[in-house]
Design a protein around this ligand. Structure first.
Ligand code: HEC
Ligand SMILES: [Cu+2]
Length: 492
């Protein structure tokens, strides 16, 4: 403290001014109900008492670190290494990712309100670019970006107090910022409120992001970043957890009937806003934008670029649930698809499944089975005609899942192109189209699938057309499928 050397009078005047100031502040506070000043003070004195020191448990998506449980502020040391490396973006497609901790998204950081975080950011000596980290959980310039700008072969350290509970995005903010994010540099930090979030059975970490490759979606090989497409916001891939199929099929999230599930969902962007939805589930609790406001009973929630949300629901019914960006072409054509497989007993009251399937032909007189023409009287059509009609039917009924290429979606939807499962079947695939496949485990060309192929309301003639087309396209070859063959199996 500096010694006061002013004459007595000025000290008095200073005291008087200070007192007036304080009175004014009190009046202002009383009038506006604004207690920011005292609020900030409380937070600071609370956070001042940091007991102990620990290394943070960091996890890669879809896993989430355990809650510490003990709610007293600690000094938490978080060590993240930035690694630039080639990894798979889609089947046959590679990309040079820039990563926090070697994965996209980066590690999940879980801390508690009041903690002091000591963040160590190392830039691997093999890297080419400088990097840094901007954590949206930081109160301070650049969210830490300025304090952590690090060249390859160096390491930076800074500390921050987490004073606001919530779920926050972190990302690299080194110029060109968009490019660092587009290459995969993002992750989530959860600041648990005092007392913690309520306990649940399963917690998962999902993060969306887009990729802008020079080559079109599906074009094989190592794909460079395309700045023009990024500026125009026209990605080739929109994915969850860093690659197409990162959380589908054998990588799907798993839960049981009765489980309470909590999803920590982030959107790294760099550009798109996510219309996040789990097909067949209702988020009975949504911490909107990762904040403290809880919304209830939501079907689709918006997650801004650079934002997050905490979503909860209870699994009532077994099955495979597709997790999508409901800007739906992104899901079925660009990769924004994950899956949750719920196992356990069915509850027919909650969900009956299909109970009936009838032909619906408004205008034409009802045709009962017995009056329908006998198999023998149904005419055969030539292969070329069936293929032509079948192609149109395929495009409207099947290609959204099996894709126009017939290649399906890795891990989620099996291929029809050169499918040994389809081509070796005695019934030519008629049974699959008549009845669908309800969560049956099947193997197609050595890959395992367990999904739902819906039973579609198709007539015998239509099924014959579709199968004639499918079984003679994309390198498949086999005889025509006739309507009477379908009818015969339907009547069995
Ligand atoms: C909603 C998505 C969806 C639609 C629409 C769909 N399928 Fe499927 N299909 C699937 C899934 C998922 C499976 C795998 C089911 C399993 O794992 O048991 C499958 C399996 C199949 C199989 C057996 C596996 C294989 O690859 O050979 C055939 C054949 C098939 N579908 C044909 C079709 C045809 C033809 C259509 C259009 C009439 C169609 N599907 C429409 C999702 C779909
Ligand atoms: Cu970077």
């Amino acid at each position: 403290m500096k010694k006061i050397t002013h004459p007595e009078r000025s000290i008095l005047r200073y005291r008087w001014m200070a007192l007036t100031g304080l009175v004014l502040v009190l009046i202002y506070t009383a009038l506006t109900g604004c207690n920011q000043a005292s609020g900030a003070k409380t937070t600071l004195s609370d956070t001042a008492a940091v007991i102990g020191e620990m290394n943070a448990e960091l996890t890669h998506a879809p896993f989430v670190p355990n809650s510490r449980g003990a709610f007293q502020p600690e000094k938490v040391i978080v060590k993240i290494e930035v690694v630039e490396k080639v990894m798979k973006l889609a089947d046959g497609v590679d990309y040079t990712f820039w990563t926090f901790g070697g994965s996209v998204p980066g590690p999940f950081i879980r801390v508690q309100e009041g903690d002091e975080v000591e963040l160590h950011l190392s830039n691997s000596p093999g890297n080419k670019m400088p990097h840094n980290i901007d954590l949206h959980a930081v109160n301070g310039p650049g969210g830490g970006a300025e304090a952590t700008l690090t060249v390859p072969g160096h390491s930076s350290v800074f500390t921050f107090r987490v004073m606001n509970p919530g779920l926050y995005v972190y990302h690299c903010a080194t110029a060109p910022v968009g490019m660092h994010i587009a290459n995969g540099m993002y992750g989530l930090v959860l600041v648990e409120p005092k007392g913690g979030l309520p306990k649940v059975d399963k917690e998962f970490y999902i993060m969306q992001g887009e990729f802008y490759t020079k080559g079109k979606n599906g074009e094989a090989g190592l794909q460079p970043f395309d700045m023009d497409k990024a500026i125009k916001e026209q990605p080739e891939y929109v994915v969850f957890n860093g690659s197409v199929g990162a959380a589908t099929g054998s990588n799907a999230l798993q839960a049981k009937v009765g489980d309470r599930v909590r999803l920590y969902v982030g959107n790294g962007g760099p550009n798109l806003v996510s219309s996040f939805h789990v097909i067949g589930q209702i988020f009975d609790k949504v911490y909107q934008e990762g904040g403290s406001q809880v919304n209830q009973n939501v079907g689709t929630t918006l997650i801004p670029s650079g934002g997050a949300a905490i979503l909860e629901f209870t699994c009532h019914e077994p099955g495979t649930y597709n997790i999508v960006d409901h800007s739906i072409f992104r899901a079925f054509n660009q990769g924004a698809l994950a899956q949750l497989i719920v196992s356990g007993p069915e509850d027919k009251v909650v969900y009956s499944g299909k109970v009936k399937d009838e032909l619906y032909q408004p205008g034409s007189p009802e045709v009962s089975e017995s009056e329908a023409p006998a198999e023998a009287s149904i005419p055969d059509l030539p292969l070329a005609e069936r293929i032509k009609k079948g192609q149109v039917l395929f495009e409207t009924n099947c290609s959204s899942c099996h894709q126009p290429t017939g290649l399906g979606l890795p891990g989620a939807i099996p291929p029809l192109a050169q499918s040994d499962f389809l081509m070796n079947r005695q019934d030519k695939g008629i049974g699959v189209l008549l009845h669908g496949l309800n969560n049956e485990a099947i193997t197609v060309n050595g890959n395992h699938y367990q999904g739902v192929m819906p039973q579609l309301p198709l007539s015998d003639d239509q099924i014959a057309n579709i199968l004639s087309y499918v079984r003679n396209n994309w390198g498949n070859k086999s005889p025509v499928v006739q309507e009477k063959e379908v009818k015969k199996l339907r009547n069995q």
